[in-house]
Design a protein around this ligand. Structure first.
Ligand code: NAP
Length: 341
């Protein structure tokens, strides 16, 4: 089968190779991939930016999330049948979604709601699980919470705006002109043009900030939170609790906790002095949580779209567009089937 593989940690380090069809082991199933979602983590992985936390033995098939159909079941798998339409955020240490087929633990897989095309479903798991875990597991947001979501036009931002609104939150978001319409349509209450205005002059006394930008945006976000508020970043520096998100056993977990505590000290201390808690979330794959998200898609509470679809062989331009944020919204690779199918 075809597989888009990382052969070296650098820009030209991807190659479309022929590899053997993988066999599912106990508790696993094989998915015939129709579409696979592209995410910033793909080009960051290619460039070796995440090597400190994610080690791959090369060549490694890339691709973190897929939508397709069940192709084969390993021993002991129940609840899925061959031909069923499914999607998943694959295990980080294994991935492999940019290929004709991928084998994954059945625990990570959920059913695609009827009427949702695989081109759309492929772009949902990673961003929706990220938004869910930030907003509800860490943020504990609910009715009346004041929430600032940075990068509301981005893929995570779009998911987060919808989820926060359905939870009853009052949502402020940062977008530039090209993202205004989409953020408004998703239900954001207040929009701040991050190129024209300083968000900390406008948003005040927030309960929770979701930061998908990092750098200066993270530091300035401390000022918009009330005492006791929570600053959740997915793009700045990891802190000691992030070590738990990596799923590493002891003593590696302890070593990562110490390392992350050191590198996050400037932002963690600045937050603490302002009475704010700083947390960096490294999302985790979770099939049961994805199934809940799928139910919300089925009921129309969550709506996702794909901005651009690339055939697998056009991976170089897809990665280039992704890295330079040329496309506003979700990009996917088409592995099989018809465009838009
Ligand atoms: N830690 C984790 O587990 C995790 C999980 C998922 C994603 N992430 C990270 O989260 C980030 C966002 O991911 P994504 O999938 O949403 O990416 P994306 O779809 O490429 O969106 C990024 C958006 O950021 C916006 N942006 C750029 N600079 C900004 C600023 N200064 N203020 C406000 N918005 C700004 C851009 O919006 P405009 O169109 O308005 O320019 C762009 O649409 C990436 O860095 C990704 O690696 C981390």
């Amino acid at each position: 089968m075809r597989a888009l593989q990382l052969t070296a940690y650098r820009k030209g380090g991807l190659a479309l190779n022929e590899v053997p069809l993988p066999e599912p082991g106990p508790g696993e199933l094989r998915i015939r991939v129709h579409h696979a979602g592209l995410n910033p983590v793909d080009w960051k992985t290619r460039d070796g930016q995440l090597r400190a936390v994610l080690h791959y033995r090369l060549p490694q098939t890339m691709g973190n999330e897929v939508a397709g159909e069940v192709d084969a079941l390993g021993p002991g798998v129940q609840g899925f049948a061959p031909g069923e339409r499914v999607f998943a955020r694959l295990a980080k240490e294994r991935m492999g979604g940019f290929a004709d087929c991928v084998v994954t633990s059945a625990d990570l897989v959920a059913r695609i709601p009827e009427g949702v095309a695989t081109t759309v479903a492929a772009g949902v798991p990673l961003i929706a699980l990220t938004a869910w875990q930030c907003l509800f597991e860490y943020g504990e947001i609910g009715q009346g919470s004041k929430v600032l979501i940075h990068a509301g036009a981005g893929a995570v931002g779009r998911a987060a705006i919808q989820m926060a609104k359905h939870a009853g939150a009052i949502v402020t978001t940062t977008v530039r002109a090209r993202g205004r319409e989409v953020a408004q349509a998703l239900g954001a209450d207040h929009l701040i043009d991050y190129r024209e205005q300083r968000f900390e002059d406008i948003a005040k006394e927030q309960d929770f900030v979701l930061d998908a930008v990092g750098g200066d945006t993270t530091r300035r976000s401390i000022r918009v939170l009330r005492r006791g508020g929570r600053l959740c970043s997915i793009s700045a520096v990891p802190e000691w609790r992030t070590a738990g998100d990596l799923g590493k056993p002891m003593p590696a977990r302890l070593a990562y906790s110490l390392l992350f505590a050191v590198i996050s000290a400037p932002i963690s201390i600045a937050a603490r002095l302002a009475g704010v808690d700083y947390r960096f979330v490294f999302m985790r794959p979770d099939g049961a949580q994805l199934q809940r998200i799928a139910e919300q898609m089925a009921s129309g509470r969550l709506h996702f779209e794909t901005a651009r679809e690339y055939p697998l062989q056009d991976f170089a331009s897809a990665f280039d567009d992704l890295e330079h944020e040329r496309v506003s919204g979700k990009q996917v690779l088409r592995i099989a089937g018809e465009p838009g199918g």
